[in-house]
Design a protein around this ligand. Sequence first.
Ligand code: NAP
Length: 456
Amino acid sequence: MGRACVAVIGSGPAAFYATASLLRPDEPAVHVDMFERLPTPWGLVRSGVAPDHPKIKTVSSAFARTADHPRFRFFGNVEFGRDVTRTELLERYDAVVYAVGASSDNHLGIPGEDLPGSLAATDFVGWYNAHPDFRDLDPQLDVERVVVIGAGNVALDVARMLVTDPDELASTDVADHALGALRASSVREVLVVARRGPIQAAFTTIELRELGELTGVDAVLDPADLEVLDPEEVKAGGHVVRTNIETMHRLVDEHPPTGRPRRLVLMFARSPIEIRPGPDGRVGEVVLGCNDLVNEGGTVRARDNGKRETVSTGLVIRAVGYRGVALPDVPFDDRRGVIPNTGGRVIEGEREYVTGWIKRGPSGVIGTNRKDGQETAEAVLADLAGRADRTEEELTEILEWVRKRCPEVVEEHDWRAIDRHEIGAGEPAGRPRVKLCSIPELLAVAAAAREGSRPA
Ligand code: NAP
């Protein structure tokens, strides 16, 4: 039986959800090859989700089931644009689906942002999650206070990681280098700075609730920030806003600060204006501008009211959103950081599709990608319209081409060996896994495993 061949670029949740839809039982002719720059799959499930959120990571077992499919192949350690090009893939595949996420971050655009000690949350998250690109980040944690800019879940993840008792993190899959640094950390206070108010914050309720449950941590917010809220506005904000505000009230009422060893402070209506160096040339202080919240045509905006506060700190982490990055030769909307598309079909593309954050922008939780992936897969399947004329020989030729192009390609069998290795390394300490943090280490385990045993 002939096959229709689809290449999926990226291996995070968006890639796997789209793949699962492409390989659904009533489409017996579709074959999927997944290309990933790293030797490991799962994208942000591996390198984004906080180590103390193991439940969220269990979604990877569904991805592993998809990867078990007989019409699926994983090609890790293969970089789009470097090892294989758009033209080459379009020559070999009936459709190409971009699911590369949003690997960069938004900037604040303020003086001092590039000083040593001013970091992007995307880098810091990659560092504690053992992403090979960030293992050498070496954030300076010999400081008492850290300022985290932004009021989203990434800001809360970062803040929580900085104040959580390292003994609790020791039973997670946090990178070993990060655990060591967090054990030696001098951080006693983390300020999470939101430019707008509690109603506009992008946190989700579960993440807020956790703040009151952290051992040895006072989670603090100014009750005045809640007292000024208009109950009608809270009500109109919908379910998440209502439960967020209830949770913040509970933090104030039921978890008053008692001088615990570490503090996590939520500050509202303040924007960073300038990051200033200290005597050592690193970050020394942040100037915050106070904001009035003004309703402009139904949108509440932060307007600088001229008041200033200066906060001393040695580390500033901006968590103001991820940003998509252009792929070589692929259409890109630089303003929005996405590949322009209609319902998943790339505008001005040639049998090309898109799913996940690079399709719709960096918002939503992991599960949001399921529906998104289904929509894209529907578009692919409709356009393939039963086309299935690739032979087994052609599939083998593609495999040989990839292996030739990238001799250290990590195939599914090799990744499973890495997976077993990491899980085995975690067992003695009761950890879910100990992640390998560098590409040579990962490739060495893959190479050892496939010696003479790589399936044809
Ligand atoms: P986000 O939810 O979009 O939050 C970004 C925050 O940055 C917003 O509070 C935004 O404020 C603020 N911001 C943007 N530009 C700013 C500036 N120039 N100055 C000050 N503040 C600025 O993004 P995220 O936290 O990166 O999260 C991305 C997605 O991943 C979200 O959908 C999130 O829920 C999800 N996520 C989920 C989990 C989880 O489920 N546990 C964990 C991590 C991430 P404004 O609203 O005022 O623009």
